[in-house]
Design a protein around this ligand. Structure first.
Ligand SMILES: *[C@@H]1O[C@H](CO)[C@@H](O)[C@H](O)[C@H]1NC(C)=O
Ligand SMILES: *[C@@H]1O[C@H](CO)[C@@H](O)[C@H](O)[C@H]1NC(C)=O
Length: 812
């Protein structure tokens, strides 16, 4: 054992009373371990120890060592911890006395406690934490806690070591006061981005055998410094977007990374300040780099955008990248139609192909979106043609007619080929100007008008009207009376036509008895240049008025002679004495005559046929009857009001001529007319003979007429004054009675059912033949005129008029 080697006797020479002995023992000896043989060392035998009651005296509270009197040795009573006993003080010894009695002896014993390496170096803390900026420069020092080793000497703390020693070096320093310091010194720049945390192990070592150590962890957190700029993930981002993309469309996301930490690593995105204008269209989210659209794109203005984006960290470091936005075309532009030149009016006789309008048509879009096709509205005589891809012309492709369409709305519709297609249209209004290409047209092909005779001159009869389809002056119609003659008289003496209104006025008063109708032509002429015109025939019928009283043709009334009808006294009842012949030049009702006996010498002897004017006897003539009978007959027409005439008829009731003569002197006497009777009679005979011949001829004419109908046709030269008349209504064709006198000189035959409808209908085409017989005479000029009207379309209404026209000049 080592401590036994160290055992020594320090002093034995203290005299009687005092011996001294020293021992050296290591600390921490187990209990009972022998420290030293005190008996032997003091030279005392064991009996003495016992008898002397040897004991240990110490002033220390704790007895570490006890005396074994039986063995005479000192042994460990309590474990001895040098560090507890002496701390760092060296040498460390226990001092006590061994006291003997009888005799009293005192021995000093010193037991030196030697250190053993029973304590490792130790740190007061297990770990130390440091936060070191990565910007810390090499050479920076960081003081560490020192370790403590309670052992002393070689067993105490000897050295430190640091693991790993890459970034830091360990430096120990002995201070003047004897303390030691331990530091770590930064050897090499730190980089948080490489290694954020470091853990080092500091080991403290003592020099004992075996060596003991203690460790402390050094935890280093490297504090970030903004030493890294943010970096875009791509230098250029490319994206494309439709030009009609709505606002807030996400275009792309710019991303940048920053190796730094914390705020130094927070990247913000912004549009580069050099691109101010773009900030109205694009917006970048400063936090996440999302690039969105906030404005309106227009492919037609800008097809591509280069947006510089600046990424920045909080420390002010930045990077720039670029976003290229390709704008793609969308069919968002309608074709634009602009009118280069346009005519508002075109003449209706323009040739086909006349250009009316030139257009310029553009579409701002590209490709199909900008390809434009133009069409016109349908059913108009115009066509559109492209003269280049932007110029179009509209021209006529059919004949124009202002009268059909006076204006056109030409709608040009242009559409592009995009999907969906956009179109725009423009409407041009085009007037067609008039050309005088339409003559006036009368409202009727022929006009019929009637006017009552005896009209006031200047009265308007009728109005004709012609329309002209042209316009304005070309449609201004003037009416012109075409020159012609009626019965040798110029038509302008009959009627006039108002040039403006087409009203036809009578110029003179018409007389139905002279002219029943006439026709003329009116020309309507427009105001065009040259003017166009058309003709129309106007036929005017003159209507009858009861303006003529009946005229008695027979018996002839004279003031200078007396004519008497001779009736033989032997005449039977119903003997036809004579016939009152009267005419009325009016027509129809106005000429419908009736006869009445107004006055008579003997009313019981004669009667007058109301219809035929025949005077017949109604009783046997007796001798008592006077030779001279005088009758007054009234002839009345049926007009409203009616007109009448009276006639006196002298009748002689005698069987012989001389008888008459004798009587007739009275007649002449009555009339105070005293002519030469002989002359008168001769004249009467001549007249009678003449009339007889005329009657014969008339009958022959009728017969002739019936045979040859229309062959015999004479035209009256009409220059002689004539009194035309239409006979009353006789129905005595082939009558029973025969005229005993040859004085009958007219003869009418009607074949009509109702005489009241005997008016001639002018709207039928009738042929008329006039038979007239003129016998040039010296004293008397009878004229016979036979008129026949045959209306082709009616078998019922074939009428035969025998109009006898007579004029007798009674005065010679
Ligand atoms: C043309 O358009 C105008 C205005 O819309 C209209 O009054 C007129 O009747 C049209 N003309 C034709 C010929 O369609
Ligand atoms: C109209 O009548 C006149 C005379 O009758 C004639 O000369 C002219 O040609 C006619 N005009 C027309 C358009 O029929």
């Amino acid at each position: 054992m080592a401590w036994q080697v160290l055992l020594f006797i320090s002093a034995m020479s203290l005299g009687l009373a005092l011996g001294q002995v020293s021992y050296s023992i290591p600390e921490e000896m187990p209990k009972g371990s022998v420290v030293g043989n005190i008996a032997q060392d003091l030279g005392l035998d064991l009996k003495r120890l016992k008898s002397g009651k040897a004991r240990i005296y110490t002033d220390q509270s704790t007895e570490y060592i006890e005396l074994n009197r039986d063995r005479g040795v000192l042994a460990i009573k309590e474990r001895i911890d040098r560090e507890a006993l002496c701390g760092q003080t060296t040498p460390c010894a226990l001092h006590f006395q061994v006291i003997l009695e009888k005799p009293m002896e005192l021995y000093r014993v010193t037991v030196e406690i030697t250190d053993i390496n029973d304590n490792p170096p130790s740190f007061t803390v297990d770990e130390m934490k440091f936060e070191i900026s990565e910007l810390a420069n090499a050479g920076a020092r960081f003081v560490l806690e020192t370790a403590v080793d309670n052992d002393v000497g070689i067993n105490g703390l000897q050295s430190y070591s640091l693991q790993p020693a890459e970034h830091f070096a360990l430096k120990t320093q002995n201070l003047a006061d004897g303390r030691k310091t331990v530091e770590i010194v930064l050897q090499k720049q730190l980089d948080r981005e490489q290694q954020e945390h470091m853990s080092l192990l500091l080991t403290a070592l003592d020099g004992g055998e075996p060596q003991m150590s203690g460790t402390m962890a050094i935890l280093i957190t490297i504090i970030d410094a903004n030493d890294n700029a943010p970096v875009c993930s791509q230098p250029i981002y490319k994206t494309s977007v439709k030009e009609n993309a709505p606002k807030s469309t996400l275009l792309t996301r710019v991303s940048a990374s920053d190796a730094d930490q914390g705020t130094n690593g927070i990247v913000t995105y912004a549009l580069s300040s050099t691109a101010k204008a773009l900030s109205e269209i694009f917006q970048i989210n400063s936090k996440d780099g999302a690039l969105t659209l906030i404005g309106q794109l227009d492919f037609e203005k800008n097809k591509e955008y280069e947006i510089p984006v600046q990424v920045k960290d909080q420390g002010g470091l930045s990077d720039t990248c670029k976003v290229i936005v390709d704008v793609t075309d969308v069919n968002d532009n309608s074709p634009m139609i602009s009118i280069i030149s346009e005519s508002n009016e075109i003449s209706e006789n323009s040739e086909i192909g006349t250009v009316v309008t030139m257009l310029n048509i553009k579409d701002a879009d590209t490709a199909e979106n900008g390809n434009v096709n133009c069409v016109l509205n349908e059913n108009i005589p115009f066509a559109i043609k492209a003269s280049s891809n932007v110029f179009y012309s509209i021209s006529t492709d059919d004949v124009l007619d202002r009268e059909q369409d006076s204006s056109y709305n030409i709608t040009v519709t242009c559409s592009d080929e995009g999907t969906p297609s956009l179109s725009s249209s423009v409407t041009l209004s085009l007037k067609i100007s008039d050309v005088n290409d339409n003559p006036p047209v009368f409202s009727s092909a022929k006009y019929y008008a009637s006017v009552l005779e005896n009209n006031a001159p200047g009265v308007s009869i009728f109005r004709i009207q012609a329309k002209d389809a042209d316009w304005n002056q070309n449609a201004r119609v003037s009416y012109i009376l075409e020159d012609s003659t009626v019965n040798g008289v110029r038509i302008s003496s009959y009627v006039s036509v108002s040039a403006d209104s087409g009203v036809i006025n009578a110029v003179s008063s018409f007389d139905f008895e002279q002219i029943k109708n006439f026709k003329f032509q009116v020309k309507a002429q427009d105001g065009g240049s040259p003017p166009l015109s058309s003709n129309v025939t106007v036929r005017i019928n003159i209507q009858d008025q009861n303006d003529n009283a009946p005229q008695v043709l027979y018996p002839v009334q004279t003031s200078s002679s007396v004519v008497a009808e001779m009736v033989p006294r032997s005449a039977d009842i119903g003997y036809l004495v004579t016939k009152v012949v009267a005419v009325d030049v009016d027509s129809g009702q106005n000429a419908w005559l009736s006869y009445k006996l107004q006055k008579a010498t003997d009313r019981a002897l004669f009667e007058v046929g109301a219809q035929n004017g025949e005077i017949r006897t109604i009783r046997q003539v007796t001798d008592k009857d006077a030779v001279k009978q005088k009758l007054t007959v009234v002839v009345e027409d049926n007009g409203q009001p009616s007109r009448s005439a009276t006639v006196n008829v002298n009748v002689a009731l005698a069987d012989s001529f001389p008888e008459v003569l004798s009587e007739f002197t009275d007649f002449t006497h009555d009339k105070e007319y005293n002519d030469n009777l002989t002359f008168y009679l001769v004249l009467a005979l001549a007249v009678v003979s003449f009339l007889f011949i005329v009657s014969l001829i008339a009958i022959l004419s009728v017969k002739c007429y019936r045979w040859k109908q229309e062959r015999m046709f004479y035209k009256s030269n009409g220059n002689l004054p004539v009194i035309p008349y239409y006979p009353p209504l006789y129905a005595d064709v082939g009558g029973t009675g025969t005229l005993p006198h040859p004085q009958v000189f007219n003869y009418d035959a009607y074949r009509t059912v109702d005489s009241r409808t005997s008016d001639v209908k002018y709207d039928r085409t009738c042929s008329r033949s006039i038979v007239s017989l003129d016998t040039p005479g010296t004293a008397t000029l009878p004229h016979f005129r036979t008129e026949k009207l045959i209306c082709d379309d009616s078998t019922e209404q074939v009428r035969l008029y025998l109009h006898t026209l007579s004029y007798i000049a009674s005065e010679m």
